[in-house]
Design a protein around this ligand. Structure first.
Ligand SMILES: Cc1cc2nc3c(=O)[nH]c(=O)nc-3n(C[C@H](O)[C@H](O)[C@H](O)COP(=O)(O)OP(=O)(O)OC[C@H]3O[C@@H](n4cnc5c(N)ncnc54)[C@H](O)[C@@H]3O)c2cc1C
Length: 222
């Protein structure tokens, strides 16, 4: 079912990521980690739908989306970059496989952090963060979405790794087999994986090879 929502606020999060806060249709509910299909409510854009994850909480008054703008691609996010407060989006029902299934390891690349933002915010609100770890890979520090908040939620259990920059306080390199061997202590815990399709595929293969049961690996597309 489609709902038209109004953009109430737009916040710049990183150099190419914006947060869009919209009003919430009455009775609309979702679980942290879920997404919905979104289109811009302007002539010419109605049929161009893309999935975006809620980064607000179900109990919040409004909906929030954290969206990376691909300005050289002329797709939907490039057009979203021009949206202003008062413009409208068309959203659909919530859906998605990523849900919290107990303390484990969150593994994210770039904008793949969005389902985990919602889950970790909810865990913080419920005082249930203990036992969770985050491995978050980005190109450089300026690409890291909500680093301060993630460090605040997880403390030393948030590890940030950079693939194109070497900087104190950050690990260096991709999340690969060597990385996981070094930083994962318990392969029987749930693994939550979200990044580009290639990153998700690669990490899932490594995790299975290292003994993680396939039903304990939670990712979109399952
Ligand atoms: C379940 C789900 C939830 C999502 N949630 C979010 C979210 O909360 N925030 C967010 O910013 N994006 C999210 N995405 C990605 C989003 O749906 C779009 O694919 C992305 O924003 C690109 O759309 P576009 O129309 O601007 O670009 P397109 O014209 O579709 O593609 C432009 C360029 O971006 C590249 N690209 C497309 N998608 C991705 C991707 N996922 N990772 C890396 N490169 C990509 C393409 O290779 C292409 O070069 C989600 C995707 C899925 C499947």
């Amino acid at each position: 079912m489609e709902h038209t929502v109004k953009i109430l606020q737009i916040n710049q999060i990183t150099h190419d990521v914006k947060e869009f806060i919209t009003d919430k249709p009455q009775g609309y509910t979702f679980e942290p980690g879920q997404a919905t299909v979104v289109a811009i409510n302007k002539e010419g854009y109605e049929g161009q739908k893309r999935p975006f994850t809620f980064t607000s909480l179900n109990d919040d008054e409004n909906l929030g989306f954290t969206i990376k703008i691909y300005s050289d691609a002329h797709g939907v996010t490039d057009a979203m970059d021009d949206l202003r407060e008062g413009d409208e989006l068309i959203i659909n029902n919530p859906w998605g496989a990523i849900r919290y299934k107990g303390p484990g390891y969150f593994i994210a690349g770039g904008a793949g952090i969005t389902p985990f933002i919602a889950i970790l915010r909810q865990l913080k609100k419920d005082n249930q963060v203990d036992g969770n770890m985050l491995f978050f890979s980005n190109k450089t520090t300026r690409d890291v979405i909500l680093e301060d908040e993630l460090r605040d939620i997880l403390g030393d259990n948030a590890l940030f790794t950079l693939t194109r920059e070497d900087k104190p306080g950050y690990l260096n390199g991709r999340i690969d087999e060597a990385f996981l061997r070094k930083h994962v202590r318990d392969f029987s815990k749930p693994f939550y994986v979200c990044g580009t399709p290639e990153m998700t595929r690669e990490i899932n293969q490594v995790l299975e090879k290292m003994g993680a049961p396939s039903d304990s690996i939670i990712f979109e597309g399952k």
